[in-house]
Design a protein around this ligand. Structure first.
Ligand code: HEC
Ligand code: HEC
Length: 285
């Protein structure tokens, strides 16, 4: 009897320890991920007098920056859920007053905020492939945008968000940047390079590093872009400009992002993107 009691005591003690220790562990481990000071590497930029505000503004629209950060770049809510996270895409006109060109480039291409923190949600995994000239133009355009608005609320990660981080379900931007660097979309040669560049620097964010599909947000799959093989240029242009597939039915995510961002592509950009995606489908094993 005494033996049984002693064992029950051990088991109860262990359960208690787990109840107390598990949240402590999640808190500690998630803080490690959120507060990890990432040492960004130096960015190569072109001289700012050669960077183009016009190109930068075109990139702010087509790379969907304006969709998250607001059309005036004054910041916008991304998610506000106490259990998961409170996360705003910050006011870039105010960030630009604090940050150097180097720091802005590091935030865009490496996912490291100017205060040195690893960013969340910011799709640097796709933007790491922007050219030096493109990043410089983006920075020039951000600095040229009229400053105003308020500072957005600070980032807070709730218990479910922390569990997700510790379980590896959510990753910080620098980690995703590395994942993407390790698996690239097929390079089909110089003839298709311009189209590939667009696919890699924006479509990959939702369709995956190799464009083979991924869960774009919990419960919503972005398909393998071989699906573009069934689109002729007219149908593809309609999808980019109106967000509507041949069926004419609105799509859950694709319709919104097309109308806000992809509608700003030039005809030439749409044609080269289509050319690359069709060729990628043709050569798919
Ligand atoms: C899917 C939404 C989304 C898109 C698209 C996006 N951002 Fe962000 N961005 C964010 C969020 C959210 C943060 C803040 C992350 C955090 O606090 O952890 C952020 C942070 C930043 C920062 C860092 C600010 C700081 O405090 O250092 C810069 C700079 C930035 N974004 C620029 C851009 C540019 C330029 C583009 C387009 C090329 C872009 N973003 C596209 C969501 C987005
Ligand atoms: C914000 C996430 C996101 C981005 C960025 C994105 N897609 Fe999509 N896309 C989706 C999702 C999710 C679907 C599946 C349909 C849906 O739920 O919207 C989809 C579907 C598609 C389809 C299939 C439509 C159909 O059902 O016939 C095509 C083609 C496509 N995307 C092309 C692109 C191209 C090209 C780009 C880059 C210019 C791109 N997508 C960027 C999320 C995205």
């Amino acid at each position: 009897m005494a033996k049984v009691l002693r064992w029950t005591g051990y088991v109860l003690g262990l359960v208690l320890l787990l109840i107390v220790a598990a949240p402590g562990y999640v808190w500690f481990a998630s803080n490690n991920a959120l507060n990890a000071r990432v040492e960004p590497h130096a960015e190569k930029l072109i001289p700012m007098q050669r960077a183009s505000v016009e190109e930068g503004n075109h990139l702010l629209l087509t790379r969907a920056c304006a969709e998250c950060h607001g059309s005036d770049l004054h910041g916008a809510k991304f998610l506000d859920d106490a259990k998961i996270a409170t996360l705003y895409a910050p006011n870039l006109t105010l960030v630009a007053k604090q940050a150097t060109d180097q720091q802005l480039a590091q935030a865009i291409r490496q996912g490291v905020g100017y205060r040195g923190e690893p960013l969340l949600v910011m799709p640097s995994e796709s933007y790491q492939d922007l050219t030096d000239a493109e990043v410089s133009s983006l920075i020039k355009a951000i600095r040229a945008a009229p400053a105003g608005g308020r500072e957005t609320p600070a980032r807070r990660v709730g218990p479910l968000g922390r569990i997700g981080l510790v379980a590896g379900k959510f990753k910080t931007a620098p980690v995703v940047v590395q994942d993407y660097a390790n698996a690239r979309a097929a390079d089909l040669g110089p003839q298709f390079a311009a189209g590939r560049h667009i696919a890699v620097t924006v479509c990959s964010g939702c369709h995956g590093s190799t464009l083979s599909g991924k869960e774009a947000e919990p419960g919503t799959m972005a398909p393998d872009l071989t699906i573009t093989g069934s689109y002729d240029l007219a149908a593809f242009t309609k999808l980019m400009r109106t967000g509507l597939p041949p069926s004419g039915k609105e799509l859950k995510m694709m319709t919104g992002v097309s109308r806000k961002a992809f509608t700003h592509f030039t005809d030439h950009e749409i044609a080269s993107l289509h050319g690359y995606l069709v060729e990628r489908t043709r050569r798919a094993p």
